[in-house]
Design a protein around this ligand. Structure first.
Ligand code: PLP
Length: 457
């Protein structure tokens, strides 16, 4: 059975009849009909009508090497023929996770040398939460188990991922979060900076909120702070430069572990292999997934720092945790080749030295001045555009999120896939974008902004 035997209407009807989608209002979906993407090549995706859309989101922040990489398909095929699956429980291993772990240890900050695999970022954060609390228990301090996180954080959609995250709507549907996780203000200057407050001071104030939460609980009761280096799904909220050094200082001062969630920022997106490197951090855990395989296979890798690993190995006995697909041989083979492509094509350096700065400049020069844009932000190849009704007062359009959805629909109509988060538009393109692709994307954003403004005013 192939999809070509069905019309778009038939596919949409079957989709509506049987398929529950993630993060979707199904009544809306059924009324509108799903957009069905059938193939992709380089920076483009194509839908059932053959429409070519520039993918400004790299799938879902993951297809860093772009689409249509035959060698990734070939390496998966070869691995499936040789050994499609074997587990890594019970003192077994297979070659590809061994080689991948060695490679990741080389690329990670120098204090990070161990890897625990899962199939998704959410799973990796479950592992991270268990590991961090287990670490303190093994150290004889089981009460040191509170985790500090932030409002608007996104750490996945399992019960632990949602509990760690700070999305109000998701928490409302939890009906019982994992206990002892606190959330503080995020470093989101656009909405939270006070009149007259400098970016620097705002960054320190946002970090102080973390220290206040540690002091309130008592440092003896706080296991770790978790954060995305740049909040992604929460709206590409880029912290002021003062934020992370201060967080680092606070964590060290109170002996609180640092958990970085690099599910989006890992593997080149910020112009470094890991944002930790760009920010000068040596975290105790680094959660990674998505671009580890450029989305060609589901795979996550929790990178574990020496401090936790040493205790786990020396004092831990058996760690009662793992997934059937931990260290999946095919996914790990694809990850190895994906990393080889990133290295061979110098994609990290390209983002750092060329396309990253060009992207930031293009957003500033071509988008920031538009009548419904309140601010643009960029960090490597992550970008945000704040949509406002009034540039001076930053007042939003009525109906929270409606303006950004209007803009998103115009962008897709005009051949650019973007995402709307509240009143913020976000971009996270494949790292293969060139200056020309960035120019093309900006042309399409300007057209979409003009059309959206007409609709909204
Ligand atoms: N952490 C961050 C920072 C993410 O952006 C995501 C997904 O977008 C996750 C965790 C969850 O990853 P997954 O959807 O693979 O479970």
């Amino acid at each position: 059975m192939t999809y070509q035997n069905f019309s778009l209407a038939q596919l949409q009807a079957m989709d509506a009849a049987h398929h529950l989608h993630p993060f979707t209002d199904h009544k809306d979906l059924r009324a509108a009909g799903s957009r069905i993407i059938t193939r992709a090549s380089g920076p483009y995706v194509y839908d059932t009508e053959g429409r070519e859309i520039l993918d400004g989101m790299a799938g879902l922040w993951c297809v860093n090497v772009g689409y249509g990489r035959d060698e990734l398909a070939e390496v998966a095929y070869e691995q499936m023929k040789e050994l499609p699956y074997y587990n890594s429980f019970f003192r077994c291993s297979t070659p590809t996770p061994v080689l991948l772990s060695q490679k990741l240890a080389e690329r990670a900050p120098k204090n990070v040398n161990q890897v625990f695999y899962g199939s998704s970022g959410s799973e990796a954060n479950d592992t991270a939460l268990r590991l961090v609390r287990h670490y303190w228990a093994l150290e004889g301090r089981p009460q040191k188990n509170r985790i500090i996180s932030r409002h608007w954080a996104y750490h996945g959609s399992t019960v632990a991922g949602t509990s760690l995250g700070g999305m109000g709507g998701m928490h409302d549907q939890l009906y019982g979060a994992v206990p002892n996780i606190a959330h503080v203000m995020p470093p989101y200057a656009f909405e939270l900076r006070r009149p007259g407050e400098s970016d620097h001071d705002f960054g320190l104030r946002a970090a102080q909120a973390v220290e206040d939460a540690i002091l309130e609980a008592g440092a003896d009761n706080v296991a770790a702070f978790i954060g995305e280096p740049v909040m992604g799904a929460g709206g590409v909220k880029i912290p002021p430069e003062s934020y992370w050094p201060e967080i680092d200082r606070i964590c060290k001062k109170h002996d609180v572990l640092l958990m970085l969630d690099e599910v989006i920022t890992g593997y080149g997106r910020t112009g470094a292999w890991f944002a930790a490197e760009r920010l000068g951090l040596e975290p105790d855990t680094i959660t990674t997934a998505k671009a580890l395989t450029s989305g060609y296979q589901p795979l996550s890798a929790l990178l574990v720092g020496d401090r936790i690993a040493k205790t786990l190995v020396e004092k831990g006995g058996e760690f009662y945790h793992g997934y059937t697909y931990s260290g999946h041989p095919v996914a790990c083979a694809v990850a190895l080749r994906n990393i080889e492509i990133i290295e061979r094509e110098g994609l990290v350096e390209r983002v750092r030295d060329d396309t990253g700065p060009y992207f930031a400049n293009a957003l500033n020069e071509r988008i920031a001045g538009h009548g419904i844009v309140g601010e643009v932000r960029a960090f490597g190849l992550m970008g945000a555009i704040e949509i406002v009704a009034d540039k001076e007062t930053r007042e939003r359009f009525p109906g929270q999120g409606t303006a950004a959805v209007t803009l998103r629909d115009h962008a897709i109509e005009g051949g650019l896939m973007m995402r709307a988060v509240g009143d913020t538009m976000i971009l996270s393109p494949p790292l293969i974008w060139t200056r020309d692709t960035i120019d093309m994307a900006c042309d399409r954003i300007v057209t979409a902004l003009d059309r959206a403004e007409k609709d909204l005013r």
